[in-house]
Design a protein around this ligand. Structure first.
Ligand code: CTP
Ligand code: MG
Length: 177
């Protein structure tokens, strides 16, 4: 059970880091450049910026590369990564999942930062999974077994809330979720 949890966290780390670090990189220029959708609301909203997307993605890739160094260095019992490619789809997919989530939040009339329970906590998981599955199907099926996926689906929302609470307490985040 413990090794299942460690495997799950290790595999997901390149997807976790982008999501929680985007707030630290947050810039001013929004990805939608302030433009509105046909419904008159913002396309993504002011909470999705170029710097957040790029900084978050690069932070996730950096962690993934570090994990590969650790892995080749010590051979502890953690799942392997393919070369950088998988790390990129995990990190970028996480940020894209978050971005697509914001698109739909705006369509629902939800303002920036308004909570959308479970969706807010799992958007990046689904994004990372879908993008990685599309590009590296065999790798995905081999590493993300059903038990691993179940652990990820249970742990991610809890971790996400915990990290956001810390970010809120440190004054980095406007909302505690
Ligand atoms: N952030 C960013 N760029 C991104 C993602 C996040 O700059 N691509 C920063 C923004 O400052 C954002 C903060 O990280 O406010 C927290 O991210 P998140 O909770 O995903 O955004 P929300 O502000 O809650 O916006 P939304 O309602 O669209 O989810
Ligand atoms: Mg939010």
């Amino acid at each position: 059970m413990l090794s299942l949890i460690i495997d799950a966290l290790w595999l997901m780390l390149p997807a976790y880091v982008p999501n929680s670090s985007a707030v630290l990189f947050a810039g001013r220029t929004p990805l939608d450049l302030g433009r509105h959708f046909v419904d008159g609301r913002r396309i993504f909203g002011p909470g999705k910026t170029f710097r957040g997307l790029i900084g978050g993605t690069l932070a996730g890739i950096a962690i993934g590369l570090l994990q590969q160094l650790i892995r080749t260095g010590t051979h502890i019992g953690v799942p392997s990564f393919e070369p950088i490619s998988v790390v990129i789809t995990l990190a970028l997919g996480a940020m894209l999942g978050d971005l697509i989530k914001s698109f739909f939040k705006r369509r629902l009339g939800l303002e920036r930062g308004a909570p959308l329970p479970l969706v807010d906590q799992l958007d990046f998981v689904i994004g990372a999974w879908v993008l990685t599955y599309v590009f590296f199907t065999d790798w995905f099926i081999h590493n993300f077994t059903i038990p691993i996926m179940i652990v990820v689906l249970i742990l991610s929302p809890l971790l996400h809330l915990a990290v956001n609470f810390v970010g809120f307490k440190l004054g980095k985040k406007k909302e505690p979720w």
